[in-house]
Ligand binder design. Structure first.
Ligand code: 13P
Ligand code: 13P
Ligand code: MG
Ligand code: MG
Length: 379
């Protein structure tokens, strides 16, 4: 297969049952039906519908390229239909991420998050889908830095001749809407000095420097600055290709055994520890969290997903590898709870809460306004 294939993940939170928990099954079913029809009509070659916490994730494969109007409209209409159901049930946050009144050519800037990449499928093409809830796009910067820049995480950077050539990293400034491409290993330390500011910079895309094309892509759509005002953060997805000149599946997963603090927990205003789990157990329950990370894997075969499903399974019926389902991740989960519990002891004090410019909710300006007359100069 030499034809380019595009993977598009478009995701949105359009309502959940009793708080920011998980979508109603009928909403997922509706999305499934809409994508199934689009596959039968030939717009998609294959698809998979899933969720992490309250976010619905549409995995789509097609030959229409990135930012394609028809693909984006398909996702928009699926979310629109799911919103209709959510509103009928009076679910919490029904239609939360559909910020525009009508579709206008692309979901970008309209609320849903998207991560897309186009490449020539290799003979064996393992693809992994990371999905996070109660956090923001820069949450992937630390683990991806470990995977792509740190030979103590990815031995492949030392022993795989293609991976050893390094990677080009596209970094987005989500506040100024600018991007820069930097090269690793030469500029690794400069890359880290930028990415360390997780409130502003995030990895968008990573490319192979040995001609294999894009290797990783993150949804960096940041809801909080849309429409010129703070609306909320965006629970991000990250798609990666693995093995043979790229990090191996296991190298991608390794960083998640170490506990990482990410922003976006509870009211989008707190730090919490990333908790690896199966989508099945991704309902956030402890203080609306802790922030979840799930990872599903498929082989790509001629534009189709190949998982553990029986051959000749019905269109769209897939059984992915669920990487964080197993008991080896119990250790990471326990640690994430321990760290989250510790940071919660700080209550409404920093560093449990985010810096003032990042808080999704704050009553501070009003409090300060009321106190204007009572504030006196110091002696
Ligand atoms: P196998 O020898 O089991 O194929 O594993 C090779 C590998 O690279 C694992 O990361
Ligand atoms: P979501 O962004 O997942 O809807 O969560 C909102 C929130 O802040 C829950 O506390
Ligand atoms: Mg929600
Ligand atoms: Mg969410």
């Amino acid at each position: 297969m030499t034809e380019n294939v595009t993977i598009s993940i478009i995701k949105a939170d359009v309502g959940s049952v009793c708080g920011h928990t998980r979508p109603h099954p009928s909403m997922l079913e509706k999305c499934n039906l809409i994508l199934k029809d689009a596959t039968k009509d030939g717009l998609l070659t294959d698809y998979y519908v899933t969720h992490v916490g309250d976010d619905i994730n549409l995995f789509m494969i097609h030959h229409s390229g990135e930012n394609n109007r028809n693909i984006h409209e398909l996702a928009w209409s699926a979310f629109h239909e799911a919103t209709y159901l959510a509103k009928k049930m009076h679910l919490y946050g029904a239609g939360q991420d559909l910020l525009a009144d009508a579709f206008s050519g692309n979901v970008k800037g309209a609320g849903p998050g998207s991560a897309e990449m186009t490449f020539t499928e290799r003979e064996s093409e393992p693809v992994m889908f990371f999905m996070a809830d109660k956090t923001e796009p820069s949450a992937y910067s630390l683990p991806l830095s470990r995977v792509f820049f740190d030979p103590f995480t990815t031995t492949g950077l030392v022993i795989d001749t293609k991976a050893k050539k390094g990677f080009d990293v596209e970094i987005h400034d989500v506040i100024n809407n600018k991007k820069v491409v930097m090269s690793s290993p030469e500029e690794t330390l400069d890359i880290l000095s930028i990415l360390g500011d997780t409130s502003r910079y995030a990895i968008k895309k990573i490319f192979s420097r040995s001609g294999l094309g894009p290797v990783a892509v993150v949804s960096t759509d940041k809801l909080n600055l849309m429409a010129g005002k703070y609306i909320g953060k965006d629970d991000p997805v990250c798609v990666v290709r693995a093995q043979n000149g790229m990090p191996s599946v296991g190298e991608y997963l390794q960083p998640f055994m170490s506990t990482m603090l990410v922003s976006g927990w509870m009211r989008g205003s707190h730090y919490g520890a990333l908790y690896p789990c199966s989508p099945e157990f991704s309902t956030p329950t402890y203080f609306d969290g802790p922030p979840r990370i799930c990872c599903l894997g498929f082989q790509l075969v001629n534009g189709h997903f190949q998982g553990l499903e029986p051959t000749n399974a019905e269109v769209g019926v897939h059984i992915p590898i669920d990487y964080f389902a197993g008991s080896e991740w119990d250790y990471a989960r326990q640690n994430a709870i321990k760290v989250s519990k510790f940071i919660r002891t700080h209550g409404p004090f920093m560093p449990a809460i985010l810096g003032p410019e990042e808080m999704e909710y704050t009553s501070k300006p009003g409090v300060l306004r009321n106190l204007t007359k009572r504030f006196e100069n110091l002696e």
